[in-house]
Design a protein around this ligand. Structure first.
Ligand code: SF4
Length: 472
């Protein structure tokens, strides 16, 4: 039997329907600190969970993974307790396993396809991924794969988020000389500025960025492409270019009072907290006001992150205000459950229509309408419909608007020949990421609009293959 093939196929395996829970900080403790909520599997729990895998001959889980990880192979190594072989197998397709194991929506991807889902509970693939990445880091010796012979070709990557990191790592392994240009002072893109410490510790992001550096990738921070240097200049001294600048332009609702003090975009609020470490002020240099009653508008993961951050900053009450019902919440179930356990109050079927302030220009109240659900709209979800005359007010002194983001417009606006769609996303071939500019590829949120970390990584992987084939 190949060492990569799952064991135990000779004898039918006894089904274990029980999915092993991952220990977490209790809600009453974690709502008062910024430490990571989930504590990760122990070795014993990891082996027990991995041992549930049936080692399917035609594993459906792999088809659900945007980066095509050989899931049964890495799980079979883990089930035998050979964690070194397991992480080696995992990293053949995923250079950010500690990140994706924490923040990917596995429940709608690999785990949703797992055969065990219909027989009790799907395998906890994401938790095992996370365990293996953390186990390797604890050993103090992260294995660096051998790079192909240098090709003499140079590739510029704009943006150090999940798409940029993946394309850079893949191309470096193939022997190309890769430089990432990052606009902020720290690498990691949305992983660094967008996702809070309690969900994705910055030390974990730094560890995985460091891994890509050790693959030979150079990272230049504080370099805003489109301002500091142009795309044309980069193409002048590189053979190919990848744009992965993400979706960081926040949306507002354009309702009265959004310019009052105390009303933020989630993007600004979370950047102040995550990248600038506002929660450590005055040890850090960025202050963040402590609000007493905060309303977060929106229902996605960014809304949950903002609400839970405001709670940890000492707010007495935090509302999530969402115009549809619980069933339509776009956030991961795990995140909305965590938020509820911590005491976040969900105001469903509620639409803000204006904010009112005091004489000094600080927000003091929000006016909302009640909604009811009508027929499904183009997204397939039931359309929220206003209930006429149902206006009511909620006293607040902080509002965080987390209703979505558009792609960063800087590069398309100053680069001739780079076509954009009506939504402001870059026009790119879905299979290769090739844009309308010569020698230029793109992937991640700049092409799809705001999506998930693993989809951005998948786009980076496809573009790396296309760029490599072009350079070869
Ligand atoms: S579908 Fe589930 S049980 Fe089958 S190989 Fe994948 S993880 Fe294992």
């Amino acid at each position: 039997m190949s060492p990569d093939k799952p064991q135990g196929q000779e004898k039918p395996k006894k089904l274990n329907l029980h999915r092993h829970e991952m220990p977490k900080q209790p809600p009453e403790v974690r709502r008062g600190n910024f430490n990571e909520v989930a504590l990760g599997y122990t070795s014993d729990l990891a082996i027990a969970e991995a041992s549930r895998c049936m080692g399917c001959k035609q594993p459906k889980c792999v088809a659900g993974c945007p980066v095509e990880i050989d899931i049964p192979a890495f799980i079979s190594h883990a089930a035998r307790g050979d964690f070194a072989a397991a992480i080696r197998k995992l990293k053949e397709k995923n250079c950010l396993p500690a990140v994706s194991g924490r923040v990917c929506p596995q429940e709608t991807q690999c785990e949703s396809k797992c055969i065990l889902k219909n027989k009790g509970a799907e395998l906890a693939i994401g938790r095992l991924e996370r365990f293996l990445a953390d186990w390797e880091a604890e050993q103090g010796e992260v294995e660096i794969p051998r790079r192909a012979k240098p090709t003499g070709k140079k590739v510029a990557v704009v943006g150090s988020g999940p798409a940029g990191i993946t394309v850079a790592g893949d191309l470096a392994l193939l022997g190309h000389e890769v430089t990432i240009f990052e606009a902020l002072h720290k690498a990691g893109g949305v992983l660094t500025y967008g996702i809070p410490e309690f969900r994705l510790p910055k030390s974990v992001v730094a560890r995985e960025v460091d891994y890509v550096r050790r693959l030979g990738v150079e990272i230049q921070t504080d370099c805003v492409i489109g301002k500091t240097r142009s795309v044309d200049e980069l193409l002048g001294d590189h053979d190919a270019l990848f744009i992965g600048t993400g979706a960081g332009l926040p949306w507002f609702m354009n309702i009265p009072g959004e310019n009052l003090n105390g009303v933020y975009s989630a993007n600004e609020y979370l950047t102040r907290m995550n990248l600038m470490e506002g929660f450590l002020f005055p040890r850090s240099s960025t202050p963040v006001k402590k609000h007493r009653v905060v309303a977060v508008v929106g229902g996605g993961n960014v809304a949950m992150d903002s609400a839970r951050t405001a709670l940890r900053m000492g707010a007495d009450k935090v509302y999530v205000v969402y115009r549809r019902s619980h069933e339509e919440l776009p956030a991961r179930l795990e995140e909305s459950e965590n938020a509820e356990e911590e005491g976040i109050v969900f105001k469903m079927l509620t639409l803000p229509v204006r904010y009112m302030g005091d004489e000094k220009g600080w927000v003091r109240e929000m006016e909302c309408l009640r909604m009811e659900l009508g027929e499904p709209d183009s997204s397939g979800r039931k359309r929220p419909v206003e209930v006429k005359g149902s206006n009511f007010t909620i006293p607040v002194d902080g509002v965080i608007c987390a209703i979505g983001n558009s792609p960063n417009p800087l590069i398309p606006s100053v680069t001739p020949g780079l076509d954009v769609t009506e939504r402001g996303t870059l026009v790119a071939d879905p299979e290769t990421g090739k844009t309308t500019r010569d020698r230029t590829w793109a992937g991640g949120d700049i092409v799809t609009g705001a999506a998930t970390v693993i989809l951005a990584m998948g786009a980076g992987r496809k573009a790396a293959k296309a760029i490599h084939s072009f350079l070869s």
